[in-house]
Design a protein around this ligand. Structure first.
Ligand SMILES: [Zn+2]
Length: 138
């Protein structure tokens, strides 16, 4: 059985973008999928609520690497809120589609992004002082 990968998927698999780990990352997580053994790590650098840098490492299949590559391209330079709302359907669309049995690999990548943002937000809660100042301005 052979799977039909789009040209774009193959090109991202062969030349992944944002591969590696961010130096002095503000947050990093690993996420795994027991079904096909995919494993994915994300690290991010955040400034003023914007993802300044994001990198990934994958011990996964071609779809996993390609989706993580496209996803990091999309996530870089946008706000955490926007990054959280990225949908796997959109990422798959970016790649021109994925074989059905490989959709879970793209879901894993999006879950990983959400997880690293959650990790960042847990580590960097909005300081109380800021909240108080905002409120008093009203
Ligand atoms: Zn996979």
């Amino acid at each position: 059985m052979s799977l039909n990968y789009t040209k774009k998927t193959i090109s991202h698999f062969l030349h992944p973008q944002n591969l590696g780990s961010v130096k002095n990352a503000d947050a990093c997580v690993s996420i795994g999928n027991m079904v096909c053994g995919d494993q994915l790590s994300f690290s991010i650098k955040v400034k003023d609520g914007i993802i300044k840098d994001i990198k990934f490492l994958s011990f996964g299949c071609a779809s996993n690497i390609a989706t993580a590559s496209v996803l990091t391209e999309r996530a870089k330079g946008i706000t955490l809120a926007k990054a959280k709302s990225l949908k796997w359907e959109k990422i798959v669309e970016d790649l021109g589609g994925l074989p059905n049995q490989k959709i879970h690999c793209s879901i894993l990548a999006v879950e990983g992004l959400k997880k690293v943002i959650a990790e960042y937000e847990a580590k960097h809660p909005v300081p109380l002082v800021k909240l108080v100042k905002k409120k008093s301005k009203k």
